[in-house]
Design a protein around this ligand. Structure first.
Ligand code: HEM
Length: 526
């Protein structure tokens, strides 16, 4: 009898589960939204969940198959995800109707996971307050203020290239992806934490190890990334943090110690931690004499109107830890990916490399042989190359937004429930032949002022757009150009013979990571 009850119970459970799944997977159909047929267990993201294709490549496949639709309903397992293909709708979501779409749909749980309360994850008023506070940290004036620290890291990179070239008798082979990851780690740990991580000299430095732990492709890390987007309730129920315990403990300990040390010893240093400690003690940062007129205006707007609440609230030690943590996470992998892919493309295109190097030599001659902030700003062609790299290899290949209220999707009659997630397939837009002639070809000329004006808005967004645009964009570009200048003024780059002809991205990594690294031959310049 018991066996009969158990069998009936199991059948009823399976039937209920089946009905629930079928109902979940007809969410878009019921709203008359064009839909990509999902599979029962994984929705439309099976290849990505199974580690066969990256999330952004799946979004790109969906885009290519459905690009006549302005938006298309998909499912991440059972979670509805509306993919937006139309740049006009994207513009409304990012800019015009931003107040209703200001979240990313990620989960912050400060009570047991203080590092998750950072700018990238926060939404609504807490995000707004934090953004108002942190924006003055990234102005031109503040980047100039940190420039000497960046230069010091570049000196270590130069010494490394010089000594390796000399040791190799004039040339050597290096995985530049790892090399520039070490350089970026040194910069971010130095400008954000005020700590010399010394990764250039010691590839196993603690900061470099943490970088590996955060982005390594393993089940633990991949699961946390997915849960951050799609499993807030699971994270809450089981008190799961956004990063493994070792990473959490490292960052919280180090920031506590640094704040304590600086406050006790009255230490001031030209870095972000210094600025954040000011935000902790005074609540706001005064404008800098080196800021542009636009930055100064924005600053006074912020302090006089909507910034009042933000101005009065002071940052806590935990807030500081979360923000420097996100500067590290958002700042090191993005810049090192961009630098290494630019070097790779220049190695494949010697004519473009010649033009870049000639421009660098001319800029150095103009600035008395010194690498200053102005030297870096005097590299317009190099900048076009970097922009083209960011088109072909966007370090953040998809973006998300979340409806903060029940409302219509702009320029449509679809009603979105509060909490609905939107997916913006950045990489797919960057490769659409409708906007980019021969998209597989590396061509910096796409970024002349005329070419940029001729293109529709919001088909190119390596830094996102609107009020949530990357806060570290200018700092990131300075870092990338500094690395390029340091390497290319010492050595010529060519693709190593053992590098495959085409780049294959690791399908298990959330950010683009070439499976075979990026092996280049560096030869002393004549
Ligand atoms: C080439 C380098 C970089 C690229 C391509 C990049 C790209 C991006 C993108 C696409 C976003 C999302 C924007 C959106 O949703 O509209 C973002 C946000 C962000 N980035 Fe960057 N980033 C870079 C460098 C940096 C650096 C150096 C830092 C800090 C040191 C940084 C800190 C952040 C932060 C804190 C956010 C969250 C902003 C917010 O939500 O208000 N990024 N970045």
């Amino acid at each position: 009898m018991l066996a009969l009850y158990l069998s009936c119970g199991a059948v009823a459970l399976c039937a209920a589960l089946y009905v629930y799944m079928r109902r979940s997977l007809t969410y878009w159909q019921r709203r008359k939204v064009p839909v990509v047929t999902p599979t029962t267990l994984f929705g439309n993201y099976g290849p990505s969940i199974l580690g066969k294709r990256s999330l952004s490549e799946v979004a790109q496949d969906i885009y290519n198959e459905h690009k006549d639709e302005r938006y298309v309903g998909t499912y991440f397992m059972l979670t509805p995800l509306l993919q937006i293909n139309d740049p006009d709708i994207i513009r409304s979501v990012f800019i015009k109707d931003f107040q209703d779409f200001n979240g990313r749909g990620m989960h912050s749980q400060p009570s047991y996971d203080p590092l998750s309360a950072h700018l990238f994850i926060l939404a609504g008023q807490p995000w707004r307050n934090m953004r108002v506070k942190l924006s003055p940290t990234f102005t031109t004036g503040k980047i100039k203020y940190m420039f000497d620290t960046i230069s010091e890291c570049a000196n270590h990179l130069r010494e490394h290239v010089d000594s390796s070239v000399a040791a190799g008798g004039g040339r050597y082979v290096e995985n530049v992806r790892e090399l520039v990851a070490r350089f970026s780690t040194d910069i971010i740990s130095s400008v954000a934490f005020g700590i010399e991580s010394n990764s250039m000299k010691n590839p196993d430095s603690e900061f470099r190890q943490m970088g590996h732990r955060i982005f390594e492709s393993c089940l633990d890390v991949n699961l946390r990334h997915l849960l951050l987007f799609f499993g807030g309730d699971v994270m809450k129920t089981f008190s799961i943090r956004c990063v493994p315990a070792a990473v959490h403990n490292f960052f919280t300990r180090i920031v506590d110690e640094m704040i304590d040390y600086r406050e006790k010893n009255g230490v001031e240093r030209a870095d972000m931690l210094n600025l954040l400690i000011k935000l902790k003690n005074e609540g706001f940062l005064p404008p800098d004499s080196n800021d542009t007129a636009e930055e100064k205006n924005r600053h006074s707007d912020v302090n006089e109107s909507n910034g009042t609440e933000a101005r009065l609230t002071k940052l806590s030690g935990k807030d500081i830890a979360a923000q420097v943590f996100v500067f590290f996470v958002a700042g090191f992998e993005t810049t090192s990916t961009t630098t290494s892919f630019t070097l790779y493309e220049l190695a494949k295109h010697p004519d473009i490399q010649d033009k870049v190097v000639a421009e660098m030599d001319a800029a150095l001659a103009k600035h008395g042989g010194k690498v200053t902030y102005d030297t870096i700003m005097d590299l317009p062609y190099t900048d076009m190359c970097v922009q083209e790299t960011l088109r072909m290899y966007p370090p953040v290949p998809f973006l998300t937004r979340q409806a903060m209220v029940k409302r219509q999707l702009p320029l449509s009659d679809v009603v979105l429930e509060k909490g609905t997630r939107l997916m913006i397939p950045v990489r797919a837009l960057h490769y659409d032949p409708q906007y980019w002639d021969e998209p597989l070809r590396y061509d910096p000329q796409r970024f002349t002022e005329e070419a940029k004006k001729a293109r529709p808005q919001l088909v190119y967004m390596p830094f996102g757009d609107g009020p949530r645009i990357c806060i570290g964009m200018r700092l990131g570009l300075v870092q990338v150009k500094m690395a390029l200048l340091t390497i290319l003024t010492r050595a010529r780059v060519a693709v190593a013979p053992d590098m495959p002809k085409e780049v294959t991205l690791d399908p298990r990594c959330i950010l683009p990571s070439p499976v075979h690294g990026c092996r280049l031959v560096l030869s002393a310049r004549k």
